[in-house]
Design a binder for this molecule. Structure first.
Ligand SMILES: *Cc1c(COP(=O)(O)O)cnc(C)c1O
Length: 389
């Protein structure tokens, strides 16, 4: 850790120098299998040729011009996002991160409440959610341990225990419900499809906005473009970020609710710049092809087959498999083993993540090869064997 940096991250002391596909190399040329893709960011893995080409091509033309001029790539990227979503009449706002996309969504909801004259308006979020680290998105994040010491906060968030509890929390002042369909940081908790569909219907009837945070679950992570497509619902507001530009910083807030954001209501300096949006467009084109050709589906099936096998062979260690698509995890029997398992995986040169208290999380790149998957799971088994002794 550098004395010039704030010590805010719990870091593993490995200096990565290079990556290729789902393999990473440290300064001693040790080879690692990457089941994390930078927390769901490197959707095309490391060193992807098409991605590098797209970056170079745009960088040679124009990197930034400011949103006071029309940005061609932004328009194309927005059109693509709306087409892929399958929802009609959506508008996009581009920014630089997940938290910013959620901030935009919350501002949007507030303006909606103002126009609808909903007094003391409140947004309901769910326990163990994660929506970002800015003061407002941290308050939306229903995990009080993360909030400690940073108040006073933006007010008017109400926490529901789970999906069923939302209806107990709804009253005249409720303007929106904001949730992740699969809680990424809170334990790869995929909510029940039927329950979500019932909730979406109920909210529509009551004219309460449904805001779906797809910062982690979006951009083909579930096998579909959006987790919302997988759940077969139509949210009023959607946010995306992590995997969208293959590693470049980007976020987007989408909605089909009209006449809320008007001239001067919101903005950003960097958001939607030519470089990030043209690269995002390339990522979307590649992933769309991978989905159409069933390559993505085959990879998901292969990864999950290996995960099932791992669960079956280590019944005394894991309780269950969690997640959807390539947003996956294994629930440990003893939560004390999680830190040890991640450490042993590192010894075997496999990168995995944690989620919640007792989930070892896998967010591999969406183009991970069968060979890399196989190698990763063999390393995982070796790590487990070491703990078993
Ligand atoms: C990562 C994440 C965020 C925050 O994104 P940043 O880019 O770190 O601001 C918000 N919501 C969800 C669901 C996330 O996984």
């Amino acid at each position: 850790m550098s004395k010039y940096l704030f010590p805010i991250y719990k870091q593993v002391n490995i200096e990565f120098k290079k990556g290729k596909g789902s393999k990473l190399y440290d300064k001693y040329k040790n080879e690692y299998i990457d089941f994390t893709s930078g927390i769901g960011v490197n959707s095309l893995g490391h060193g992807n040729k098409s991605l590098i080409k797209a970056i170079n091509k745009q960088a040679n033309k124009l990197i930034h011009i400011s949103n006071i001029y029309p940005v061609e790539a932004q328009k194309k990227c927005a059109k693509k996002l709306v087409q892929l979503s399958t929802y009609k009449n959506m508008n996009c706002f581009f920014c630089n991160s997940g938290a910013e996309a959620n901030e935009a969504a919350i501002k949007f909801v507030r303006k909606y409440a103002y126009l609808k004259k909903i007094k003391n308006h409140k947004i309901i979020t769910i326990n163990n959610s994660f929506h970002g680290r800015t003061l407002t998105t941290l308050k939306a994040t229903a995990q009080e341990d993360k909030q400690k010491g940073f108040g006073p906060f933006t007010d008017e968030f109400i926490y529901a225990k789970d999906i069923e509890d939302i209806k107990n929390k709804i009253d005249k002042s409720t303007v929106a419900v904001m949730l992740e369909l699969i809680q990424g940081e809170g334990g790869i908790n995929a909510f029940d499809k039927k329950k979500i569909q019932i909730l979406a219907k109920e909210l529509k009837k009551k004219k309460i906005l449904l805001v779906i945070d797809e910062v982690q679950s979006g951009v083909y992570r579930t096998g579909k473009f959006l987790a919302s497509n997988y759940y077969e619902i139509k949210p009023d507001v959607i946010t995306l970020a992590k995997g969208l530009a293959g590693g470049l910083p980007i976020g987007v807030m989408m909605s089909d609710v009209k006449d809320i954001f008007i001239l001067g209501n919101h903005g950003t300096t960097f958001g939607g710049n030519p470089l990030c949006t043209s690269v995002a467009l390339e990522v979307l084109n590649i992933l769309q092809e991978q989905e159409k050709s069933k390559k993505l589906e085959n990879r998901i099936l292969y990864f999950q087959k290996n995960l099932d096998k791992c669960l079956k062979e280590n019944k005394e260690f894991f309780v269950s498999k969690v997640g959807i698509g390539l947003m996956l995890g294994l629930k440990l029997k003893n939560e004390e083993d999680l830190g040890i398992l991640i450490e042993k995986c590192l010894d075997e040169k496999l990168l995995v993540l944690r989620s919640g208290k007792d989930i070892v999380r896998f967010l591999p790149s969406l183009n991970i090869s069968k060979k890399e998957i196989k190698e990763g799971f063999s390393k995982l088994q070796k790590a487990i064997n070491k703990i078993k002794g």
